[in-house]
Unconditional design. Structure first.
Length: 199
């Protein structure tokens, strides 16, 4: 099972990805984690990424795509994987399609966590308050101004993927404003239906 989780920052993609990992035993592929691993392992593409990051620059699509391609060839991805936070742009979505086609693979589904932006701001403010109350550090992103900036970036670059996957018949939406367990149940139902349809 190869799937993508879509939705703005704060929609709960990371939480749901973790639950899918536990239930299905497939890895969650986050570009940040993959980049750090490639650099730490000193792979060819990891060395290229390190040079760029050491220069204080942003890692190019070419490098990110190469790191993803390298990662999906690893044995733990044989039964599938969850892409979280990637692809972020239409160009990256095309790259994913090309790298999968080259391996005779395809995406099974793109799941959009449909949320209300205003409620999301409330959600991150609450998350920051909860962290403070528990004596934990507050995430840098749990700040309304920073969050607003990330939201704008999401709508500019990543939201077009919703139409992209809809046009390919891969998009499924779930109510991301429901409580965490209810969202998990919706995703499970979707994946069960997918599995049945594939039989």
């Amino acid at each position: 099972m190869r799937l993508i989780l879509l939705g703005p920052p704060g929609a709960g993609k990371g939480t749901q990805a973790q639950r899918l990992v536990e239930k299905h035993g497939i890895p969650q592929l986050s570009t940040g984690d993959m980049l750090r691993a490639a650099v730490a392992n000193g792979t060819e593409v990891g060395k290229r990424a390190k040079a760029v990051m050491d220069a204080g620059e942003l890692v190019s699509d070419d490098i990110v795509n190469a790191i993803v391609a390298e990662r999906i060839d690893q044995p733990d991805c044989a039964d599938g994987f969850i892409l979280d936070g990637y692809p972020r742009t239409l160009a990256q979505a095309d790259a994913v399609e090309a790298m999968l086609a080259k391996r005779d693979l395809k995406l099974d589904v793109a799941i959009e966590l449909v949320v209300d932006d205003k409620a999301l701001v409330g959600r991150i403010v609450k998350r920051a308050e909860d962290a403070k109350a528990a004596g934990q550090p507050v995430r840098k992103d749990d700040n309304p101004e920073v969050f607003d900036e990330r939201l704008r970036e999401y709508y500019k670059k990543t939201a077009p993927l919703i139409g992209y996957y809809y046009a390919k018949g891969l998009l499924k939406g779930v109510d991301g404003m429901a409580d965490i367990d209810a969202v998990t149940r919706q995703i499970d139902t979707l994946l069960d239906q997918k599995a049945l349809a594939a039989q």
